[in-house]
Design a protein around this ligand. Structure first.
Ligand code: ADP
Ligand code: MG
Length: 269
């Protein structure tokens, strides 16, 4: 059942934060799986040379013949790089280490910031009928992340519930503002989601209070708890919803998907 309130074409969301290890990939995979579980058609674009989203969704390195790198360089078209996954309604454009040289190789290309934007607007996109595209960004504000933000309608920011979490955000917000001024004036903030949250930990609670006080409505009500099932799932090449559907982590990502859909319906209304 696709969302009737959204304009045609998928909603494209960049999952970004230049800090590593804050939960970008975990959020991309599991939010994607939770949306897919609601019968929405989801495409995950792996934009990190580490290829963790690809691994986490069960795409073995030898099955990554056509990748995000080929899409960005124009060697392959969208229809050639989209792969189905074992999860119903969930497809992926996988990545591998090839992507690590893209930053430098593409620098002389006049359209370098628009490569992903243009690729995701090829006519094949209509045929796939995706409802959501989630872009898993690398831990950097490099050309790859810029491509994601130029291609996207919005940015979803995972924020790890730990000290200094908010400090990195000002740099991210600055980049967002630059992209709005230069290439993508309509880029929105989808929301900030607190990850690896531990209710018993005072620091987690402090980060949450600070985030809500400073960022207000932008912060999702849903908080993702620290949950060992979430960290185990990737080694089984599965989203947590498939690995342990009753776990706290699975429930949290289902709640995040529901909140995201609600928010988008409100905007469209
Ligand atoms: P990023 O993509 O931002 O680098 P990851 O999503 O890869 O971050 O998460 C970093 C590490 O933390 C991974 O090992 C992941 O399994 C683990 N992790 C992420 N979110 C949680 C969570 N809510 N609870 C427990 N472990 C988590
Ligand atoms: Mg990652």
């Amino acid at each position: 059942m696709s969302d009737p309130t959204r304009p045609p074409g998928p909603k494209i969301i960049a999952v970004a934060n230049q800090k590593g290890g804050v939960g970008k990939t975990t959020t991309t995979i599991n939010l994607g799986a939770a949306l897919a579980e609601l019968n929405l058609k989801v495409l995950v674009v792996d934009l990190d040379p580490q290829g963790n989203a690809s691994t986490g969704l069960g795409v073995e390195p030898e099955d990554r013949q056509h990748t995000t790198y080929d899409l960005l360089t124009g060697e392959r078209e969208l229809a050639e790089v989209v792969k189905g996954s074992d999860i119903e309604n969930l497809s992926i454009v996988p990545a591998n280490v090839d992507l690590s040289s893209a930053d430098i190789e593409l620098i002389s290309n006049a359209k370098r910031s628009f490569l992903l934007h243009d690729a995701l607007r090829q006519t094949a996109m209509d045929r796939f009928g995706f409802d959501y595209v989630l872009i898993d960004c690398p831990p950097s504000l490099n050309l790859l992340t810029v491509n994601a933000m130029v291609a996207a309608h919005s940015v979803l920011i995972p924020l790890q519930s730990e000290f200094f979490a908010l400090e990195g955000l000002s740099q991210l917000m600055l980049t967002l503002r630059e992209i709005r001024l230069s290439a993508n004036p309509d880029l929105r903030i989808e929301g900030v989601v607190l990850t690896m949250f531990d209710r018993r930990n005072n620091l987690s609670q402090q980060v949450e209070a600070d985030a809500r006080a400073n960022l207000g409505e932008v912060v999702f009500d849903t908080v993702i708890p620290r949950n060992v099932r979430l960290s185990e799932a990737p080694s089984f090449a599965l989203p947590v919803l498939q690995y342990d559907g009753q776990s706290k982590g699975a429930q949290a990502y289902r709640a995040l998907a529901a909140e995201l859909i609600r928010k988008n319906q409100k905007i469209a209304a």
